[in-house]
Ligand binder design. Structure first.
Ligand code: PEP
Ligand code: MG
Length: 361
């Protein structure tokens, strides 16, 4: 805070007097969270948990969990990951104190976790007590042609329920411990990614709720938590009234929503799509500036339908667009509650949100 100039602080204070949108940040570690808090972030709108799994101390257990051929072996790998996860979340709850901390359950492109090297394959096979050939067969079955349209997000939570259960247990235990240790009234928002149907969310909400209530009852304390979802598949926006029945909040994942609405790959920078988007027919890159008449129309629909079911449904955005001024202006106009952006974009978002309120209201 000390290195932010007085003029900057004054400008930010003026912005805060006018803006209606809350400004959250995307952060998955304590360092980024602190940077964002110093810039004035009011909560975390997206903690991507997959990054936590790549740490060298855990990646072997993560691989083991993914390729395990029985639920028992998967649980054994998850038991090894649990203490790490709980510590990750405790660190975050400690810096966020009573502010919203939105933790998204695992959403990896699965192929990134598959073993590649022969040495990795051999030690994994040993750990799981299966032959190298068996392991190779499992790995081949898990490899997909289109991983971003395949076994990721809530689909992984449905196919391997143990993974989300471990994460929910880690989130709720961490929240309860920090609340007891520090006395903060911590706020845990559990977010389920890549929902496309009402049923997926209904199943995962029920599973989350059951586990959370059991842990809270055992602790004899109270805990402020909620269960929401990302709206990032076009179908979820189209059926947001149904989805809202099972959600305490929505967060638009406009990275995936743009990819799936246009049918443009978000992961091929430097290749065809990237050059194609630089052409004159696309005045602005839709992955950077929200396409208000296309993807934006889905957002507007999602807000209207969601709030038809729940009048005061909390709704935000956590895709890249949440830190881009023209997109923030649109978010203000469609009455989102918050935008969530990367830490260094927080000041821009505060300013843009104020400009929108002054211009439009
Ligand atoms: C999104 O899809 O917009 C999003 C925020 O999630 P991720 O970028 O992690 O897919
Ligand atoms: Mg996404």
């Amino acid at each position: 805070d000390a290195h932010l100039s007085d003029n900057f602080k004054k400008l930010m204070q003026w912005s805060d007097q006018y803006r209606k949108l809350k400004i959250y940040t995307n952060a998955d570690n304590q360092k980024d969270a602190v940077i964002a808090l110093n810039f004035g972030a009011e909560g975390i709108g997206l903690c991507r948990t997959e990054h936590m799994f790549f740490d060298s101390s855990r990646i072997n257990s993560v691989r083991e969990m993914i390729v395990a051929n029985t639920s028992k072996k998967r649980k054994k790998a998850l038991d090894k990951l649990f203490p790490y996860q709980k510590d990750d979340f405790k660190e975050l709850f400690k810096v966020m104190e009573a502010k919203d901390l939105t933790i998204r359950l695992l959403d990896p492109p699965l192929h990134e976790f598959l073993p590649q090297e022969e040495s990795e394959i051999k030690s994994l096979a040993d750990e799981l007590s299966i032959s190298i050939q068996e392991l190779k067969t499992i790995t081949e079955e898990l490899a997909e042609v289109n991983p971003m349209l395949g076994h990721r997000g809530c689909r992984l939570g449905i196919s391997y329920p143990e993974i989300y259960k471990m994460q929910v247990k880690a989130i709720i235990s961490a929240a309860l411990e920090v609340k007891a240790e520090k006395g903060y009234d911590v706020k845990a928002d559990i977010m389920i990614p890549l929902i496309g149907t009402e049923k997926e969310l209904a199943i995962l909400r029920e599973q989350t709720l059951e586990l959370a209530e059991e842990l809270i009852a055992k602790s004899d304390a109270e805990l402020n938590y909620s269960i929401g979802t990302m709206i990032e598949i076009p179908r979820a926006a189209l059926l947001a009234d149904e989805i809202a029945k099972h959600a305490d909040f929505f967060s638009f994942g406009t990275n995936d929503l743009t990819q799936m609405t246009y049918g443009f790959s978000r992961d091929d920078s430097g290749r065809f799509i990237n050059h194609y988007l630089e052409q004159e027919i696309f005045k602005k890159d839709p992955f950077t500036v929200l396409d208000q008449s296309g993807v934006g129309k889905l957002l507007k629909m999602g807000v209207e339908l969601g709030r038809k079911t729940k009048e005061d449904l909390k709704i935000g955005i956590c895709g890249e667009h949440g830190g881009e001024p023209a997109s923030i202006d649109f978010c203000h106009k469609i009455a989102l509650d918050y935008v969530s952006c990367s830490p260094y974009r927080v000041p821009i978002a505060r300013l843009a949100a104020a400009q929108s309120a002054i211009k439009n209201d």
